[in-house]
Structures are given as C-alpha cells and as structure tokens.
Design a binder for this molecule. Sequence first.
Ligand code: HMG
Ligand code: MG
Length: 303
Amino acid sequence: MAYPEYVKLVEVGPRDGLQNEKGDVPLAVKIELIERLVAAGVPHIEAGSFVSPRWVPQMADSAAVMAGISRRPGTLYSVLTPNLKGFEAAVAAGADEVLIFGSASESFSQRNINCSIAESLERFAPVAEAAHAAGIRLRGSISCSLGCPYEGEVAPAAVARVAERFLALGCAEIDVADTIGVGTAGQVARVMAAVGEVVPIARVAGHFHDTYGQSLANIVAAMQEGVAIFHASVAGLGGCPYARGATGNVASEDVLYLLHGMGIRTGIDLDAMADTGRWISERLGRTNDSRAGRALLARREAA
Ligand code: HMG
Ligand code: MG
C-alpha cells in the first residue's frame, strides 16, 4: 500500500507525558505546554485526564488546565474518561473528545482500571451513550496491543476483539497502543492487519511507547498497512504508572522528522516542536529524549 500524503499526529505529551512525572508540575507549565504545541500546528491534543486523583495524582488539575487554555478553533482537545464520573467532568470542562481506555490483556486491565476487560466494556457503554447524546467525539484506546508487562505476548485476535467492541460503541478512532514499547515491525503489521479486518483502517491509530527504540520502524510498518494517525509526545515525555520500566511515547520531533522526510504532510512546524521540546525538558529538569529535536537544536546553535 502507498504511504499516506497526510498523517494526523495526535500530541499526547500533556497527558501521557506528564501523567508519569513524579514532581509537582505547575498548572502554568501544563497550560503553556498545550498552548505551545497548538501554536506549532498540532491538530489534535490530549490535554488531561478525568480519572481518580488517587490513581494518577499528576492529572488531578485537568479541569483547571482545560479552563486555563485558549481554544484554537479546528484543534481537537481530548481527555481521558474511564467512567461516567470522568465523563461528566469532561463535559463540564468543554472537552471535544473523550477517550475510553481498555486493554487487550486482563492483568493490565485490572492494574490500570481495576476491572476485567468485560467489565470495562460494560462501564464504557454508558460513557459512549452519553458522549453520543452530547455530540462529543468518542475514541477508544487498547493498551498492551503488542505485549503486556504481566502476561507477555498478546494475540492480535485479542486486540481485534476489543477493537470490534469499540467500533460497536461508536468510537471515531481506535488506538492500538504499545504501552510498554516492546513491539517490532512485523508484529505491528500483523496486529494492524488483524484490526483492519474489523475496523476501517482510516479510524485506526498507532500509539507507540519507545522503550525498545522501535517506534519509528513501527510507524512505517503501520503506514504500510494503511494507518495514517499516530500519537507522539514532545521530547518523548512520559511512561506509564502501571507499566514499570516503560518509557515515554515516541518523540513528536522524531516522528515529524521521519514523516516530513518522506514527503508526508502533518501541518506541524518541526522547529517550533523542537523548541517546545527543549522548553518543557528544561522546565521539568529532565533530558530531552528526542534525538531529532536535540540534533536540530544543536545544528541551529552551530549555524
Ligand atoms: P476504582 O477504585 O475501582 O473506582 O477505580 P471506584 O468507582 O470504586 O471509585 C473509587 C474512588 O475514585 C471514589 O472516591 C470515586 O469517587 C473516585 P472515594 O469515594 O473513594 O473518595 N473516582 C473518580 N474520581 C475522579 N474522576 C473519576 C473517578 N472515578 C472514580 N473519573 C478507576 C477505577 C477507573 C476510577 C481508577 O482505576 C482510575 O482512575 N484509573 C485511571 C488509571 C489511569 O489514568 N491510567 C493512565 C492512563 S491510561 C494510559 O496511560 C494508557 C494509554 O496511554 C495507552 C497506552 O499507552 O497503553 C491511554
Ligand atoms: Mg500511553
């Protein structure tokens, strides 16, 4: 299959990136991060989570984040909602899209959302219904699509089963997530092919954590299966609180460098993304995990 002409990059740094930061990230930094990313041209952004603050304390101020940002027309602001309580908070905050997040592995489902896969789908049904009634876009994420920290290998058929259920719930997009970043290109091709049999491939997104450094290859493999939506996190921020050792998402700068180099449009300014990567790394006192970001900044300084 030919590569897409346009790829939608969903920026997940403000949510997936920051949720794992141990120290207190000031509200003003969370807000400025979103503003900078949107100014760089990001079309779709995860701005926060309406989850239990006891489970993910860093996201406890998501309502304040949503209230503090200026909303650019045409940009989709998305938040995580595991249940109706979260959904109600998301509506009050004016979210454009809510994300229900399940898993292809039973153990991870228990650890992350404290219920089985079947129970999670039951819990998501009223959220989906409420989202449709309120005209809010619904998205579904499938964790552990390429491996589970507790169970090891995960069968593509298990991923496809959850994808099918998410489609039936009316998800506009379904994310195939490599939570712990263990998948390799051949495996990604198989999982995307299996999901593509039950869900229109235009609705499928790749969400790759970069623990083993495979994300860029995995993105190319997924594009060969027709996938044209990918998630990334500026400066490679993040990790997963319920998947020890997992690193952040693939860095947005690295994905943009790959895609633009292949002649694929994203509408995002790579230089502005690299500046934002440096800015947030400095604010958080952490290293900038984007190889392309660091190289671009070094080249600019040398010029
Ligand atoms: P539970 O303890 O089974 O829920 O947790 P509960 O209904 O029994 O409620 C327990 C307490 O939580 C109650 O408070 C509720 O009010 C409160 P208490 O009465 O004890 O004071 N509560 C809430 N508070 C705020 N917002 C809510 C909410 N719901 C209940 N929405 C629950 C179940 C799902 C709530 C919990 O397990 C949870 O919040 N999990 C979220 C975990 C999470 O956010 N993980 C990270 C995001 S997913 C991810 O990163 C993966 C992804 O990136 C893809 C990938 O890479 O794989 C998307
Ligand atoms: Mg993730």
